[in-house]
Design a protein around this ligand. Structure first.
Ligand SMILES: [Zn+2]
Length: 76
């Protein structure tokens, strides 16, 4: 088993280089903080580029929301 320390570099679930910020006592769970962008959620936003096809129905598009500095818990 690899001896991990807080501050070491570890791969986040999306395969970026992330930093270990916390390790549990049994060394079974670690928290890594990644400063890269991660897809957080997709929301519907009004789309003004599309013309209204049906009255009373507003055109929408999916907008991707990205989160930075995400902390992941990883089971070893
Ligand atoms: Zn990442």
């Amino acid at each position: 088993m690899v001896d991990l320390k807080v501050g070491d570099t570890y791969r986040c679930p999306e395969d970026h280089k992330a930093k270990i910020v916390w390790i549990n006592k049994e060394k079974k769970v670690i928290a890594v903080k990644c400063k890269h962008k991660h897809l957080s959620k997709i929301v519907k936003v009004p789309d003004r580029n599309k013309s209204m096809l049906r009255p009373g129905r507003y055109p929408t598009r999916d907008k991707k929301i990205y989160a930075k500095n995400t902390v992941f818990l990883i089971k070893l």
